[in-house]
Design a protein around this ligand. Structure first.
Ligand code: IPM
Ligand code: MN
Length: 358
């Protein structure tokens, strides 16, 4: 089994180093190969996703990804910006199914900005379609308007589109995930305004007929955004498009206390996956040794589960993470009075030590 390790920018290298440490401690003899990606790759090779990095990712069983991006690249042409690396990997590897769990660990109930009773026991799985929608729809660009409110003015445009098979396959993923959980799916759309999402709703409803054991409901995205903070535990599996999923998963992450806790998996139909923390590169705290490595460590657990067929090892990592939280260890983002503040590296070391104890 081969793992491509792509640390990227900002805190990426620090947090990925801790996840690699945890993987090595399992002694499963994976082959791991590191390659540059994002701004780091642009600096080294002039491109955020060099051919050699893409090739390594494509021929690996799984990719462990840190984060990309830094404000200093904001003025580069879009194709050269760090974000293009992750978008390119998603596109070229066909990683259409993005799993973003939002779990509130009981030790962190007080770290959330919401009342404890609203979030204690929270366990939501957001399934975001990742290779379609307005993110990838063509055409897009800039031009001079020939109609609209200001003909003759400069304008920019993107295209929101979904094909039936694209919606069908993500709907199947969601229903099958729900069958292993509480058998409820909420499909989030904007069918009251957008044709793309009326179609989404129709197709998801159709696919749902093949899963009579799963209860399906539909919610407009604006209402879903509100319900997530009003009554988050009403959700179990949430399935939605690329852009709504981007926004709602950030929102859901804050219910859990810190975005520094949330892993993610992006899967294709061949069983390959890219695993990354749900958070970004946080250039403001890069190099300070204070970033929370747990989201990346938990992403490594998802990688063991979904792409490397190592369920026992995945559970071991998850139990070790719970143990360090129960032991009161906290990085700065989840620190509260009465707990012990640790660095990125100390947190990684603690998880490794806990592996032996679980
Ligand atoms: C995410 C990120 C990316 C996205 C960016 C970095 C392109 O926000 O993974 O959620 O918008 O998908
Ligand atoms: Mn995002």
């Amino acid at each position: 089994m081969k793992i491509a390790v792509l640390p990227g920018d900002g805190i990426g290298p620090e947090i990925v180093a801790e996840a690699v440490k945890v993987l090595n401690a399992l002694e499963l003899n994976f082959e791991m190969e590191t390659a540059p990606v994002g701004g780091a790759a642009y600096e080294a090779d002039g491109h955020p996703l060099p051919e050699s990095t893409l090739k390594l990712a494509m021929e690996s069983d799984a990719v462990l990804f840190g984060a990309v991006g830094d404000w200093k690249y904001d003025t580069l042409d879009r194709p050269l910006r760090p974000e293009q690396a992750i978008l390119g990997l998603r596109k070229h590897m066909g990683l259409f199914a993005n799993f973003r769990p939002a779990i509130c660990y009981k030790e962190l109930v007080d770290a959330s900005s919401l009342k404890p009773e609203l979030i204690s026991g929270l366990d939501i799985l957001i399934i975001r379609e990742l290779t379609g929608d307005i993110y990838f729809g063509q055409p897009r660009g800039r031009r001079v308007a020939t109609d609209g409110h200001f003909p003759g003015a400069e304008e920019a445009f993107d295209t929101m589109r979904y094909s039936k098979p694209e919606i069908e396959r993500i709907a199947h993923v969601a229903f099958q995930a729900a069958q292993k959980r509480s058998k409820r799916v909420t499909s989030v759309d904007k069918a009251n305004v957008l044709e793309t999402f009326q179609f989404w709703k129709d197709v998801v409803t159709e696919v749902g007929k093949q899963y009579p054991d799963v209860a399906l409901d539909h919610m407009y995205v604006d209402n879903a955004a509100m319900q997530l903070v009003k009554e988050p535990k009403r959700f179990d599996v949430v399935v939605t498009g690329n852009m709504f999923g981007d926004i709602l998963s950030d929102e859901a992450s804050m219910l859990t206390g810190s975005i520094g806790m949330l892993p993610s998996a992006s899967l294709n139909s061949k069983g390959q996956g890219l695993y990354e923390p749900s958070h970004g590169s946080a250039p403001d705290i890069a190099g300070k040794g204070i970033a929370n490595p747990l989201a990346t460590i938990l992403s490594a657990a998802m990688m063991l589960r979904f792409s490397l067929n190592q369920e026992a090892a995945a559970q071991k990592i998850e139990a070790a993470v719970q143990k360090v939280l129960a032991d009161g260890l906290r990085t700065a983002d989840i620190y509260s009075a009465g707990t012990t503040k640790v660095t990125t590296r100390e947190m990684g070391d603690a998880v490794v030590a806990a592996l032996a104890a679980v």
